[in-house]
Design a protein around this ligand. Structure first.
Ligand code: AMP
Length: 637
């Protein structure tokens, strides 16, 4: 078998250029592939930086993902397989999914949920999560999924920003054999969320939980009164499908709002191009539905295509490091989409375990969430894909709504280069620019920007148009600023180089330094804190904290433990710091901004670079000394 790296290019680059020169005509053709209740009057209304796609068109996501398939043989094919750590399984045909979604939608209506209402979903990876999303979309309500690893504080912040009245949660999540008390965490959040009127609790265990009379309702009780059919609400293309919060450079998460029409058109088109998805696909994306990848890749895109989705609840290597390979073999997975962090973890476990399984059903392998280093790419290609499956390294963001830079084997497979996400998708005008917004040219590091609107782009930040303008559209005139660094090579291929702003990627999860610093200073003894990301061979980055103690406190391990506890309480376990260092001073500019860049160079043993704006040189010497001492201690340990 010829190695995928040497496939020929035919006309992809021409296709990409033509699409970019006629954006509206190009996307019109893609939009026509969906069933609209009413056709649009206008393809794009662009009042920079606000885009409205397919204006005047009416459609419904739940109809397109389910009802549409009932008119063909898809009706009785498996839409969703679910499996948990213990090997418990469930399967839903498209017809069964339709029944579940309708009943859930009827339950929401009985609770008084209407078009435009926000419904917060704080659920583990159980089938009720996609069912709830589709049910919400069916009646024109707007879902906000909060990742079930987030803490009560993070949940409360998100509920309060949306001022939702209904929360849907479960008694427990299950991970590594342990019960995660989601209802208890939600109860804590609910102490500070005055808008929530009703809480629907999905029971998974017989463990006792707190039930607040009048507020908390059990799903299995409510569903008894639900009807079997709810008419899918015809919705304007620009009606919000969902709000999803993501970290930014301030402590307050941003509520990214996605439209119905543009988002669905974009995801329908791009999943065909990137994954060559079809109704024969068994599609497994290992992300949590709580992230954008889960929204597009576990719910909307595969179901729009009538594919079979696989959803797994549990840690990748529990109860054994064979778990994922066993699942691929068992379900005959054809498309597998995961993160570099997971691949790096499996590299450590070695290849022997993988060889025990038949992975020959695989056709395309995907990577997302962080930079994939060439060695990891090669390993993935060789040991999981047997050198016959193209690797699609897909670059995108919560804000972009769908994949933006990636190989497109469903259209034309360009030669792959390990470590590069290759070329922008057709219709995507991506560029790498300098501080002034001018293209930097070949081989020079710059900022990744998108110069034309695309249907999957966010409509804005919930109730905060000014922040939307400021974060994404103020750095460069007329260009969407991604916050990422990149380089373009001589073939026009994009090489992503990580974040250019104060955002970290921990095991592919996005966390803001300001958000973590905010949590650290909530402890009664920290006066000031700076958070930086330190490269980690598995997780991509780890969290390192430098903290200044208030007067009267002495550095100690107990204080470090308190800080860890507070960060986990404020954000969740994903933000657990790896290292904490106490200092007297932090390097700052004369205007008082913490120079995190300088801290990072010190811990990485690199030259600190330009220090002309530094206020006090002694701070650098102190950080260096503290870090040297730490390294020495680690060596001795
Ligand atoms: P999120 O919105 O949480 O999905 O995070 C988006 C960020 O993840 C991007 O801005 C990038 O920094 C990073 N990212 C996503 N996909 C890739 C990729 N394929 N290669 C490199 N970085 C990526």
């Amino acid at each position: 078998m010829e190695k995928v790296k040497f496939y020929p290019v035919k006309g992809y680059i021409d296709l990409q250029k033509n699409a970019a020169s006629n954006i509206e005509g190009f996307w019109k053709k893609e939009a026509a592939k969906l069933d609209w209740f009413k056709c649009w009057d206008k393809i794009l209304e662009w009042e920079e930086p606000f885009a409205k796609w397919f204006v005047g068109g009416m459609l419904n996501a739940s109809y397109l993902c389910i009802d549409k398939h009932l008119h063909s043989w898809h009706k009785n094919k498996v839409a969703l397989y679910w499996e948990d750590e213990k090997g418990n399984t469930k399967a839903f045909s498209y017809f069964q999914l339709y029944r579940e979604v309708n009943r859930f939608a009827s339950m929401l209506k009985n609770l008084g949920v209407k078009k435009g209402d926000r419904v917060v979903l704080y659920l583990p990876m159980i089938p009720e999560l996609p069912i709830a999303m589709l049910a919400t979309a069916r009646i024109g309500a707007i879902h906000t999924v909060v990742f079930s690893g987030f803490s009560s504080h993070a949940l409360a912040d998100r509920i309060n920003d949306t001022s939702a009245e209904v929360l849907i949660t479960a008694d427990f999540g299950i991970r590594r054999g342990k019960y995660i008390p989601l209802k208890e965490i939600a109860d804590e959040a609910l102490k500070t969320t005055p808008t929530i009127d009703k809480v629907v609790v999905i029971r998974r265990t017989r463990e006792s939980i707190n039930i607040e009379p009048g507020r908390d309702l059990l799903y299995h009780e409510l569903i008894k009164d639900a009807g079997d059919y709810v008419e899918p609400e015809p919705l304007e293309s620009t009606h919000p499908l969902y709000i999803l919060y993501t970290s930014g450079t301030t402590g307050k998460p941003k509520g990214v709002v996605h439209s119905t029409g543009g988002y669905l058109v974009y995801n329908y088109a791009t999943y065909k191009w990137v994954f060559n998805i079809s109704d024969e696909s068994v599609y497994w994306c290992t992300a949590d539905v709580g992230w954008v990848t889960g929204h597009s890749s576990i719910v909307y895109a595969p179901l729009l295509h009538g594919a079979t989705v696989l959803m797994y609840e549990g840690a990748p290597d529990y109860p054994s490091p064979d778990r994922w390979w066993e699942i691929i073999e068992k379900y005959g997975v054809t498309i597998f989409y995961t993160s570099p962090t997971a691949i790096r973890m499996f590299m450590r476990y070695g290849e022997e375990r993988i060889k025990r399984y038949d992975l020959s059903s695989l056709k395309i392998l995907g990577s997302v969430g962080e930079v994939i280093n060439p060695e990891v790419w090669e390993w993935y290609c060789e040991h999981i894909g047997a050198e016959r499956c193209p690797i699609v390294d897909t670059w995108w963001q919560t804000e972009t709504g769908g994949i933006m830079i990636s190989p497109v084997p469903g259209l034309e497979l360009v030669p792959l280069k390990p470590g590069s996400a290759t070329l922008p998708l057709p219709g995507i005008d991506a560029e790498v620019v300098d501080e002034e917004g001018n293209p930097v040219g070949t081989g020079i590091k710059g900022y990744l920007v998108i110069r034309k609107p695309w249907p999957g782009m966010l409509m804005g930040l919930y109730k905060d148009p000014e922040r939307y303008k400021m974060v994404y559209w103020s750095k460069f005139k007329g260009m969407y600023y991604t916050g990422d660094y990149a380089i373009k090579d001589e073939d026009g291929y994009f090489w992503l180089l990580g974040r250019a702003d104060e955002v970290l990627k921990i095991a592919g999860h996005r966390l803001g330094t300001a958000e973590i610093e905010g949590a650290v200073v909530k402890t009664p003894f920290v006066a000031e804190a700076a958070v930086i990301g330190k490269p980690d061979p598995i997780k991509g980055e780890n969290i390192v904290i430098f903290a200044i103690l208030k007067e009267g406190y002495e550095p100690s391990d107990d204080l470090k433990k308190e800080i860890i506890k507070e960060v986990r309480k404020q954000i969740g376990a994903i933000a657990t710091p790896q290292e904490i260092h106490f200092v007297e001073k932090l390097p700052k500019t004369r205007s008082g901004k913490i120079m995190r860049r300088v801290l990072k160079t010190i811990i990485m043993d690199k030259p600190v670079g330009d220090l002309t704006t530094l206020e006090d040189e002694a701070s650098i010497e102190e950080v260096k000394a503290v870090y040297e001492e730490f390294k020495q201690m680690m060596k001795e340990a």
